[in-house]
Design a binder for this molecule. Structure first.
Ligand code: GAR
Length: 203
């Protein structure tokens, strides 16, 4: 399966994909993002993958930016879009181009703590179990509300430092996101016909 990755930051999840599924179950054919200087681009270039930055200032609005990203990803042959720390919210323009073909990794046990600063939200709330969710991104009007693919949790009963929690969660992300790509690449994920927001995984 040909996949594109969208990233805004360090790109450690992109690196996990490069180290595991790339060249095996999936081929990463493009890496795009909103921040031209993102270290994620260096990782992609290091692996010989085409990159392109789409800063918002270059476009009339977010929908125009998203249309340009989608056009480029389609030209690169992408069949699945992986959001690996992409920190801009995608518009319906983009979501409609890849129905049920966008996957996101989010650093909380959804539906708790959607949106930005999820780990800070969870620490401020005082939870004692943290986690990671890999989910589909669909045009349902919400943020981080798409069908859940995989989740993992971690007991950190005394956590009070969001950065330490993030460091503890990252190995879980680096395991779950490639696993989700593997499942999607082998066609092992389908919607439950009776409860359509549930996903059935054929393991
Ligand atoms: C990851 O922890 C991911 O869960 C989070 O950004 C980080 C990116 O790390 N994503 C979100 O918060 C999305 N709402 P990385 O650049 O090292 O892969």
């Amino acid at each position: 399966m040909r996949i594109a990755v969208l990233a805004s930051g360090q790109g450690t999840n992109l690196q996990a994909l490069l180290d595991t599924v790339h060249g095996r179950e999936a081929q990463i054919v493009a890496v795009a993002g909103d921040r031209p200087g993102a270290p994620a681009f260096d990782r992609a270039r290091g692996a010989g993958i085409p990159t392109r930055a789409f800063p918002l200032g270059d476009f009339a609005d977010r929908a125009a930016r998203d249309a340009a990203i989608a056009d480029w990803l389609v030209r690169q042959g992408a069949e699945l879009v992986v959001l690996a720390g992409y920190m801009a919210i995608l518009t319906p323009t983009f979501l409609g181009r890849f129905p049920d073909r966008i996957v996101n990794v989010h650093p909380s046990l959804l539906p708790a703590f959607p949106g930005l600063r999820a780990i800070e939200q969870a620490v401020d709330y005082g939870v004692r179990v943290f986690g990671v969710t890999v989910h589909l991104v669909v045009d349902d009007g919400g943020v981080d509300t798409g069908p859940v693919l995989l989740q993992g949790s971690l007991e950190l009963p005394d956590a009070d430092d969001p950065e330490a929690v993030h460091a503890a969660l990252q190995p879980l992300e680096h395991e779950l996101l490639p696993e989700a790509v593997r499942l999607l690449a082998r066609g092992a994920v389908r919607r439950d016909p009776t409860r359509p927001r549930r996903l059935i995984i054929d393991r």
